[in-house]
Ligand binder design. Structure first.
Ligand code: FFO
Ligand code: ATP
Length: 207
C-alpha cells in the first residue's frame, strides 16, 4: 500500500473509533505521558524545562490534558506554527493563550511571538504527531513532511539527544509486523505512547 492509501485508511479508522472512545484513550495516553515526565523528574534524570507539543485537531488523540499538566508543572510548552510552504515555526502555549487559525485550514496556533527551530535546542522532548508508528520507529504523519524536516535538521545540529514520542491510539502502534510504507527521508521516533504506556522503538532505547 502506498503512503496516501495507508494515510486515508488510518484516518478512516480514527473516525470509526468514535468520539467517546477517542476521548477515553486520549485521557489514558495523557496520564501515561505525564506519569513518564513525573518519573523522570522524580528519578532526577531529566529536569524538563521546555517541551514541544501540538494543539490537537480533528480526530487526533486529544493531548490537551497533557499540555495542561506540563504547564501546571512549570514546564514551558511550545507548539508548531505551520505554513503552506511546509515550513514551521513555533509559539509558546499556555491554557489561556488566544488561538487563531493557521495558514493550513482547520489547525490552530497561539497568537504572539514566533520562534525558529533554534528553540528546539532548548527542549528536552518533542511530541511528534503520527497516524501510525511501528517498533522500528517508522512513523506515518499527516503528509506534509513537516516533522521529517524538523527532525532531520535537529539530528544534524543537536549534540545531545532529545526524546521524540508519538501519542497514538492502540491499533495504530504496530509491535510486530509493520504495514507502514517508508521513504528514505523519514525520520524515526523514539517511542509510541498508547493507553498501555510508552513503547520504546529500536531507535529509542528506554530513556
Ligand atoms: N495537531 C497537529 N498539529 C500539526 C501537525 C499535526 O500532525 N498535528 N503537523 C504535522 O505535520 C503540522 C501540520 N501538518 C499537516 C499536514 C497536512 C495536512 C493536510 O491537510 N493534508 C491534506 C492532504 C495530505 C495527503 O494525504 O497528502 C489533507 O488532509 O487533505 C494538515 C496538516 C503542524 N501542526
Ligand atoms: N527533509 C526533507 N526535506 C525536504 N522535503 C522533505 C523532507 N522530508 C520530507 N519531505 C517531503 O515532504 C513530503 C511529505 O512527506 P511524508 O509523506 O513522509 O510526510 P509525513 O511524515 O507523513 O508528514 P509530517 O512529517 O508532516 O508528519 C514528501 O513529498 C517529502 O518529499
Amino acid at each position: 500500500m502506498d503512503k496516501k492509501a495507508f494515510r486515508t485508511l488510518m484516518r478512516q479508522r480514527r473516525v470509526a473509533l468514535g468520539n467517546a472512545e477517542r476521548l477515553r484513550q486520549s485521557h489514558l495516553i495523557c496520564e501515561q505521558l505525564l506519569g513518564w515526565y513525573d518519573a523522570q523528574r522524580d528519578a532526577g534524570l531529566t529536569p524538563f524545562s521546555r517541551v514541544a507539543s501540538v494543539i490537537s485537531y480533528g480526530t487526533e488523540p486529544d493531548t490537551t490534558e497533557f499540555v495542561t499538566g506540563l504547564h501546571e508543572r512549570g514546564i514551558q510548552v511550545i507548539v508548531p506554527v505551520p505554513y503552506t510552504d511546509h515550513t514551521m515555526r513555533w509559539a509558546a502555549w499556555t491554557p489561556d493563550v488566544e488561538l487563531e487559525e493557521t495558514e493550513l485550514k482547520g489547525l490552530s496556533q497561539p497568537v504572539g511571538k514566533r520562534f525558529d527551530h533554534d528553540i528546539l535546542t532548548e527542549v528536552e522532548a518533542i511530541q511528534v504527531p503520527a497516524l501510525a508508528v511501528d517498533s522500528h520507529g517508522h512513523r506515518m504523519g499527516q503528509g506534509g513532511g513537516f516533522y521529517d524536516r524538523v527532525l532531520y535538521h535537529l539530528a544534524q545540529t543537536l549534540d545531545r539527544p532529545v526524546v521524540t514520542l508519538s501519542p497514538v491510539f492502540s491499533h495504530e502502534y504496530y509491535p510486530d509486523f509493520s504495514p507502514i510504507p517508508t521513504d528514505d527521508h523519514d525520520q524515526p521516533v523514539n517511542g509510541a505512547v498508547t493507553t498501555a504506556g510508552i513503547h520504546w522503538t529500536v531507535s529509542g532505547h528506554e530513556k
